[in-house]
Design a protein around this ligand. Structure first.
Ligand code: WTA
Length: 702
């Protein structure tokens, strides 16, 4: 990524289109022979098999990795673009595919290994047999105690514990649509999602360990319920898993008739079996809310058959998962990466999937590598933020531990080539192949990545489209940006694929406008070629066909690999009575990639004070969560605005990042820029740069 590259590489005074040309092309690294020798995907014919000529039938290969209750009739139905339908007529159950079908061969093998944060608590293995028993019992509870049936929605607000995938798989067994909300999100954020999905049941946990403390998590449920109620949604039952059965980690009052401790109910369902419900391939499996360019998070609705086929195929070929592997993805299950590549993909392949409860650097920088050594993890999956953090807190730590990875993944943000090399040399000990996988919540699974045994790696580049994905870069004039031109543009996917979301829950129009309207060639066409998917990421395509992702082109800030909408944070700020206006911009951060920075203008007559800053901080934390905490909150006398009154976030982003502000003479109040500059950068004039691509583009569309 441009901003953390050595100073001499920062290009001054070049146009946006030229920037990429000046980036040094990185050297290739080749997959280690030992890895290639055992890889699932060594047949170069895969490209031919998944070529456009064989589309869409090529995806049968992925669907055939699953066990179907009824085989499908039509692989891809394009009759109602862009609402594609996959494996139409097929019936399948995701829980059966991730659990039951492995019993014959693997019942005594660990499906999950839970690593509690306190090192005094030993790791807990859940075998496939045990997973089967627990999923069945919990499914019986959901069905008989909560009255849940297929098509109902349930919101799950839980930390990283094995009970989370157990809950998801129990829902899937019944065809109940789960909506998992990241455990670190606030009660209010959870409540908004409860309301949007119209959930009557909330499943939560009393507490969990984070940074050495047992946190009260159930407190968030109280807020979630009142928020949901305010939005018109009543929750009848709150199921509370307990971190330690029989003990209560939450100080919040237990509401009789509404709250239930799962460990107290489960004995009533001991040994019960629930037949997996054969679901239509197109039945929704889950919702996953994510931030977009408007204030309200959107519920990405994922289908059962296509999604499961896609994550299973990519887990097998790109993650190179074999049943013998011990696979550890450090993402949180509350994000899409965790859904696809901790739960559904690995379990569909009968792998052993590791779940770690806590903070990677707790109690020290060696924790991750001790876990890897102890469990003999051989596939490791994490984000650039975690890699940067581990590198900073313990540069040589990995060398002290005797673990051996064959495969490593990076996902969620662009990775700087320097950081990539540390990952490769120090973490991977030059023994592991690396895949840099680019994709999004909306996509279900990987879109761009090298094929681990077949393609050389190039630090900082995700690589070509994965099998069956045909990416393209378009410019703002709908023209294709050619490979090797060095120009940046908007990355799109030309074709549908089985992992793509079905729609936005309850908002079909927004689905069309957000992802397809921009580059649709003909709105009445039923030919998929006319409907490229617009990803909202900038990218550059090198001559070798590798994509380098530059970051979001919309109002989304990618904080430590997590998407936050600037509008969501701004609306939170505006709930503070003293605040008249708020603008949120991304600022580059050494560890987290990007973090939000907040500018506020106060109502007339209100004096600036630390108290107001504290209030704004607090409200962001309560309405969204700690991950949205701003780097700074600046109280300004006025916001830079155009003559028509539009707030110029682009100018603020430039000031926050020591970038050139560009032309400000057209502003209604150009003088305010210098006063804000002084406030943010200090009296002395600092050296300015062009800044990284995503920050340069930020706010240009307002
Ligand atoms: C960014 C996470 C560069 C991108 C799976 C995308 C990446 C957003 C990469 C989606 C990568 C994801 N290189 N950028 N390998 N992977 N991104 O929905 O901006 O949480 O649009 O899905 O993360 O984030 P989301």
């Amino acid at each position: 990524m441009a901003e953390i590259r050595p100073k001499q590489n920062v290009v001054i005074e070049t146009s946006e289109a030229q920037i990429a040309v000046h980036w040094r092309e990185e050297e290739y690294y080749y997959p280690p022979a030992k890895f290639v020798g055992q890889a699932n995907l060594t047949d170069p014919d895969i490209l031919e098999r998944f070529s456009e000529k064989n589309f869409p039938e090529c995806f049968r290969e992925y669907a055939d990795l699953l066990s179907w209750d009824r085989y499908w009739d039509t692989t891809l139905d394009t009759s109602d673009p862009p609402f594609w339908k996959w494996f139409v007529g097929g019936k399948i159950n995701a829980s059966y595919n991730c659990v039951d079908r492995h019993l014959a061969k693997y019942k005594n093998k660990a499906a999950l290994i839970f690593v509690p944060e306190p090192e005094s608590e030993a790791p807990v293995s859940v075998t496939y047999r045990e997973l089967y028993v627990r999923v069945n019992e919990f499914a019986a509870l959901l069905r008989d105690f909560c009255g849940l049936k297929s098509g109902d929605r349930v919101t799950i607000h839980m930390p990283m514990v094995p009970e989370l995938p157990i809950t998801m798989l129990a829902c899937a067994r019944l065809g109940v649509i789960h909506s998992v909300v990241f455990g670190g999100f606030s009660g209010e954020a959870c409540g908004m999602r409860v309301a949007d999905s119209q959930s009557h049941v909330l499943i939560t946990m009393d507490g969990y360990y984070r940074n050495g403390k047992l946190l009260d998590h159930k407190a968030a449920a109280e807020i979630a319920l009142s928020t949901a109620k305010h939005e018109g949604q009543t929750v009848d039952k709150v199921l509370v898993w307990r971190r330690h059965a029989g003990q209560n980690a939450s100080a919040t009052p237990f509401v009789k008739g509404r709250d239930f401790f799962v460990d107290e109910l489960l004995p009533n369902y001991a040994g019960e079996l629930v037949a997996p419900v054969p679901m239509d391939a197109e039945a929704p499996l889950f919702l996953m809310y994510t931030s977009g360019s408007t204030g309200k998070p959107k519920g990405c609705q994922h289908r059962t058959g296509g999604y499961l086929a896609y994550v299973t195929g990519t887990s097998k070929y790109i993650q190179d998962i074999h049943p013998e592997d011990v696979y550890w993805c450090m993402a949180d299950i509350g994000w899409i990466t965790g859904h696809s590549y901790i739960v559904y993909g690995p379990l569909a392949l009968a792998a052993t999937s590791v779940i770690y409860e806590g903070v990677p650097t707790y109690p020290d920088a060696g924790r991750v590598w001790r876990i890897a050594e102890r469990l003999d993890v051989n596939i490791f999956h994490t984000s650039p933020t975690a890699i940067r953090m581990l590198r900073k807190s313990g540069h040589d730590e990995p060398t002290k531990y005797n673990y051996h990875f064959k495969h490593m993944t990076t996902v969620g943000e662009p990775i700087e080539p320097e950081v990539w090399r540390w990952y490769y040399e120090t973490v991977g000990k030059r023994e592991a192949v690396i895949v840099d996988t680019w994709w999004q919540t909306e996509n279900g699974g990987f879109l761009c990545s090298t094929k681990p045994a077949l393609d050389p790696m190039k630090p900082g580049s995700a690589g070509p489209g994965v099998p069956g994905i045909y990416p393209v870069i378009y410019d703002e004039n709908n023209q294709e940006v050619t490979a090797g031109s060095g120009k940046a543009g908007n990355i799109c996917i030309r074709n549908p694929w089985p992992g793509i979301m079905q729609t936005i829950w309850g908002d079909h129009d927004r689905f069309v406008t957000q992802y397809y309207a921009k580059y649709c060639k003909n709105r009445s066409s039923k030919d998929w070629h006319d409907w490229p998917y617009f990803a909202s990421d900038g990218a550059v395509l090198a001559a070798d066909g590798y994509f380098r992702i530059l970051g979001r082109v919309d109002d989304v800030i990618n904080v430590a690999g997590h998407r936050l909408g600037t509008k969501e944070i701004e609306s939170a700020c505006l709930t503070v009575p003293e605040v008249a206006e708020a603008a949120v911009v991304p600022v580059a951060d050494e560890i987290k990639g990007r973090v939000p920075e907040v500018y506020i203008a106060l109502k007339p007559g209100v004096q600036a004070s630390q108290e107001i800053v504290d209030k704004v901080n607090k409200v962001i934390e309560t309405m969204i969560g700690k991950i949205a905490r701003p780097k700074h909150i600046h109280i300004v006398s006025d916001m830079p605005k155009t003559r028509s009154g539009k707030l110029m976030r682009r100018v603020l982003a430039a000031l926050s990042n020591n970038m050139k502000t560009g032309d400000i003479t057209t502003l209604a109040n150009p003088d305010v820029v210098e006063s804000i500059r002084e406030l943010v950068q200090g009296k002395e004039v600092v050296a300015l740069t062009d800044g990284p691509e995503d920050l340069k583009r930020f706010g240009t569309e307002e």
